[in-house]
Design a protein around this ligand. Structure first.
Ligand SMILES: Nc1ncnc2c1ncn2[C@@H]1O[C@H](COP(=O)(O)OP(=O)(O)OP(=O)(O)O)[C@@H](O)[C@H]1O
Ligand SMILES: [Mg+2]
Length: 255
C-alpha cells in the first residue's frame, strides 16, 4: 500500500467479532496496530489470538470493522488480502520441506512474479529473493532443502516468505515457540530491524521474549481485549494476573 511518506501505516479493528455457531471466539475487539513498533498479542490458550488473525486475513468470517489503510479487510478474500500487503505465519510450519530455501522463497514471491521476473542475478536468483535471504540470515543455506534446516531457521524462512510477498503487515503466530534462547534473541533482533517500515504483530506466550522486545502489548481474554500497554503496565495489572488463574503471569505465559 502506498500512503504518504510521512504517514505511518496502521491496521485497525472496531467491534470485530467472529461467531462460530453462536460461540463468539472474538467478541467486539477494538485494536490498532501501528507501523514502527513491535506489537505483542498475548493471552491464555483459547483467548482468540489466532482467530483474530484468521479474521483479518480472510480465513474466517468476521463482522464489525477492520481496515488496513483504504482496504476493508472483512470484505476481501484471503488472496486479495495477501496482495494488499497483509501477511501471516501459522502456528504450524508451512514451508515445503523437500524444496530448497531459495525455491520456497521463489514460490512465495510468485504473487509478484510479473513485475519482478526480469530482475534476476546472474545466478538466476531474483534480486528480491537475495535480499530476503540476507535479511533472514539464510544466504549460506539457500540451496539446502528446507526440511533439514534447524527449527529456528525454518521460522526465519517463514518470515522471509512474508518479505518476498512484500508484506507490510506481518502477523507472526507463535514464531519463537520451541526456539532456543539464542534463536529467540536473533528473531527479536530481526523483528526490530523489520519494524520501522512495517506493522508487526507477534503472538507469543514466552514472557521473557515479550519483555525483551515488546513496544506495546495487547492482552486478550475470552475473545475480548482485556488491556493494552507497556510490558510493565500489563505485568502490574491485577486483571491480567487474574486471567492467568492466580498463577504468576510469568509461569502461566511460559506454559
Ligand atoms: N473453527 C472453529 N470453530 C469453533 N470454535 C473455534 C474454531 N476455531 C477456534 N475456535 C475456538 O475459539 C476460541 C479461540 O481460539 P484461538 O485458537 O483463537 O485461541 P488462541 O488465543 O490462539 O489460543 P492458543 O494460545 O492456544 O493458540 C477457542 O475456544 C477455540 O476452541
Ligand atoms: Mg493460537
Amino acid at each position: 500500500m502506498s500512503m504518504n511518506d510521512d504517514e505511518l501505516d496502521y491496521l485497525e479493528t472496531r467491534g470485530l467479532t467472529v461467531d462460530f455457531d453462536g460461540f463468539k471466539a472474538i467478541n467486539g475487539v477494538d485494536v490498532t496496530f501501528l507501523q514502527g513498533r513491535l506489537h505483542f498479542l498475548i493471552g491464555p490458550n483459547g483467548a482468540g489470538k489466532t482467530t483474530l488473525v484468521d479474521a483479518l486475513t480472510g480465513l474466517v468470517k468476521g463482522t464489525g470493522y477492520a481496515a488496513y489503510g483504504n482496504y476493508d479487510l472483512l470484505s476481501m478474500k484471503s488472496h486479495q488480502i495477501v496482495r494488499a500487503g497483509v501477511g501471516r505465519t501459522f502456528q504450524t510450519a508451512t514451508v515445503f520441506e523437500e524444496l530448497t530455501v531459495v525455491q520456497n522463497l521463489d514460490i512465495a514471491g510468485g504473487i509478484h512474479r510479473k513485475s519482478r521476473q526480469m530482475l534476476r542475478t546472474r545466478r538466476g536468483i531474483p534480486t528480491y529473493v537475495e535480499e530476503a535471504l540476507e535479511t533472514i540470515g539464510l544466504t549460506r543455506h539457500k540451496d539446502r532443502p528446507a526440511g533439514i534446516l534447524a527449527h529456528g531457521q525454518k521460522q526465519w524462512l517463514e518470515i522471509g516468505m512474508l518479505l518476498v510477498q512484500d508484506a507490510k503487515v506481518m502477523f507472526l503466530d507463535e514464531t519463537v515457540a520451541g526456539m532456543s534462547a539464542e534463536e529467540r534473541d536473533e528473531t527479536g533482533e530481526l523483528l526490530k530491524r523489520l519494524a520501522p517500515s512495517r506493522t508487526i504483530v507477534v503472538i507469543e506466550h514466552d514472557m521473557e521474549f515479550v519483555r525483551n522486545f515488546a513496544d506495546i502489548v495487547t492482552v486478550m481474554h475470552a475473545g475480548k481485549v482485556l488491556t493494552e500497554g507497556s510490558v510493565a503496565e500489563i505485568q502490574a495489572n491485577p486483571q491480567v494476573q487474574e486471567v492467568y488463574l492466580g498463577r504468576s503471569v510469568e509461569g502461566a505465559l511460559n506454559d
